[in-house]
Write a new protein. Sequence first.
Length: 201
Amino acid sequence: MSFLQQLVESYGGEVSDTLSKKLDIPESQASELLPKIAPLILGGLAAKAQKNGPESVAEVIAQHGNEAALENVEESMVKGEEQSGDILQSLMGGGMSGLLGGGGLGGLLGGGSGGGIIGQILGQHLGIEGDKAMKTVSMLAPILLGALAKKKSEAEGDGMNAILSILDEDGDGNAINDLAAKFLGGGGLGGALSGMFGGKK
């Protein structure tokens, strides 16, 4: 069973309940968000690893990943929403710095109405408003990063090797394309997001 399958099986129910309440969407729709957005969050980490080295991913996990987050999923998701700016910058800032124009997250990641450009793209794919799409990324990040922290601590030897193997599922050295394909079925939009995260074309 893959890391993403384990994540959904272990925490999907609690995550769906919380997203349904917080975003005011049907639970059937909320249940689709974790398996669709988790590869995007992992893609942000993959971009950081490719651009700045594995130690940059270790820093994000150390800063925002805590195994204790898995013990109270709803509380951790609420905290993720409250810390949205810091989380999004940590996950995506490095890979998207060229598109931010020196203006911080700005309208790209959700500074404007509708969730910004990325929020609008995600919202169209997920069938929710752009601002709700970016809010979902922030809410899910502590759960995913907590699960990565747990994987890292449980791994034998260098725990970062286990994390890097998750980011590059097929072992071809191009983790971002792997995750973009998983998120959007390898279509044109997946390729566009891969490019935004700094992936190979």
